[in-house]
Design a protein. Sequence first.
Length: 374
Amino acid sequence: MDAFIRGVGTSLFGKQPELTASELIWTAVTEALADAELELPEAVYVGTCFGEPGIAQRALHRMGITGLPITVMENACASSTHAFHEASWAVDSGRYSNVLVVGVEHLTSRFSGAIPVDPRDFEGRAGLGLPALYAMSAARYQDRYGVTSEQLAAISVKNHAHGMHNPRAQHRAPVTIEQVLDSRMISDPLTLLQCCAIADGAGAVVIGNSRHSSRDIKVRGSAMQTGGLWNHATENVWGHDLIDATAASAYDAAGVQIEDIDVIELHDAFTIGEIVTTEALGMAPLGEGASLATSGHTALGGAQPVNPSGGLLSRGHPLGATGTAQVAELVWQLRGEAGERQVPGARLGLLETMGGGAGGVDGNACVVSVLEGN
């Protein structure tokens, strides 16, 4: 692809009721435009899940970004990753020479705790929210493959250890296996410290059609798919097949295999999510994904660190901003600018975001992108 990330920026992540969504956007966009040495983009792609109508236009006009195409996308947790994917292809196709991607969410202005289920879905009417859906996946996975509660908890321990080194993360304290398992049960077998927290935040990415400096990061390939019909007769747990298919398309577009990837940011909304995703990405055979964390393979210092940012379990999950936060982390990693959480010599990075929520479908959308540094 002829698409290069010229600049990135984010706000802090966490519960920030004292700030507005516009203020979060201003912080992220200001940093990204300065990083890219760009005054104004030719177009803007925005991802948000629960943002109020017109939030992008209201925020951006205060920055002088008006009179250009602003496209807003909603695709559950993959909203801004979808915006990033479409923006990359828009630049690659020659439609624009540069674009701005923005992801934003201010969840504390809408919810005080877990995001409620949608009663318009049949699963929502049954009370099957995402914590319950992931818990059912975990229970089925445990029954089929024998993964232990301690192995599930190890994902949280690893990602909280990574988050200690991320000054923008919501949760920066280490946790132990015992603390994870002793935390309040949310949906058996998932305890509180195995579930991501809601957060407020924004991220921004500037994409151009050529390399302007050695700091620019190439979008080597990107794929997006929507899940097929899914029911309890499906062989694999929820989300696996969608991620597997999307990853295969991304690898083909980028001309790489999973073994080539140096650093990964993936959608660990719940501990079981990271295990299933690493298997779907091809990092381990079915039933063996849990061993990646316990062996150190996916930890900082391991062969393929996963979520050096701390992931959603540590950074928090501002749904619409999560994708742009993942992009920003990989750009910092591939530039060698990630500080104490730096993966030495990282050249190829992979991001994966999977959004769910529609009853009867194996995920609303999944985006997998491969990024390349110098």
